[in-house]
Design a protein around this ligand. Sequence first.
Ligand SMILES: O=P(O)(O)OC[C@H]1O[C@](O)(COP(=O)(O)O)[C@@H](O)[C@@H]1O
Ligand SMILES: [Mg+2]
Ligand SMILES: [Mg+2]
Length: 343
Amino acid sequence: MKTKPYEPNNSALGYSVGVTLDRFIKSKQDDFPFASGELSQILRDIALASKIVNREINRAGLSNISGAFGNTNVQGEEQQKLDVVANIRFCRALTKGGEVCAIVSEEDDEVIDLQNSSGKYVVAMDPLDGSSNIDVNISIGTIFSIYRRVTPVGSPIQPEDIMQPGSKQVAAGYVLYGSSTMLVYTTGKGVNGFTYEQSLGEFFLSHPNVTAPENGSIYSINEGLKSQVSDGVNNYIEACKERNYSARYIGSLVADFHRNLLKGGIYIYPSTAKAPHGKLRLLYEANSLAFIAEQAGASATDGKNRILDIKPTSLHQRTPLYIGSKAMVEESQEFLKETEISQ
Ligand SMILES: O=P(O)(O)OC[C@H]1O[C@](O)(COP(=O)(O)O)[C@@H](O)[C@@H]1O
Ligand SMILES: [Mg+2]
Ligand SMILES: [Mg+2]
């Protein structure tokens, strides 16, 4: 029998759909720290939940899951129905996936123990970030960090399994529900971004090996906080203005971070008079994005210390955050030091 190798005539297609997230994960599995397939499964579970959440978000205005849930979470913040829905979807996917033993979620005051005697991983997550933007059709996100538990698999979960510094993350990522939906993640070997093709129900590699510009000309801060923040922060923002930098602030951390990561810029949520430890959460906002930032060549500090070096002391701990292009983060720290010295 005559045979021939498969040689598709790609010019007939017009475009190639490219590499799916699933294939990409498989092709990179050997890069993973423990390479047994469990971490790959967690990433798949997160991708699956994000597709469901994406669908819920898209139709929120037409369904009864928009608006407030009528409850406040442990942070004293009003929960939106979609915060609750997203939390359930991600927790369910991670439970059914079978690789996770515990979940830390913004929406749950305590650690969720999945009672999974074979789960080697702990996930910390902000199921829906930027929830004040849900009902006004503005970009929102999901943020996640994955850690390997440190105590023996099968034994009861211990605080040291949960309270690990960000430098111990084995993977982290975010999903941006924006003008298109994207999943961006790292396993400590660079950062890759995938765009969701809704009609095919698949994420495709669209942003291979993301690298952050060394410097930038975008600054992102809630300027309504001006009277509450330090002189150092205000002086740095003034310097940005004098250079005609662009002010861009969406109010969804994932969206603000993503833009600055690709275009070059800095996102600042400093300590304020009302929130001396800042507003953002270390375990499932700052750590995840700091890991991605560093893997892309950017950086993240709390104004003094590298975010990834901070040893957490409480589950929903907050931290100031200066994150983005290396040169901008460094310069902002110089402004903070100068005012500290002159005070
Ligand atoms: O309204 P502010 O104070 O500028 O806060 C905005 C920040 O708060 C957050 O919304 C907090 O996230 P949640 O929506 O997950 O609580 C960030 O996404 C965002 O950057
Ligand atoms: Mg958030
Ligand atoms: Mg949230």
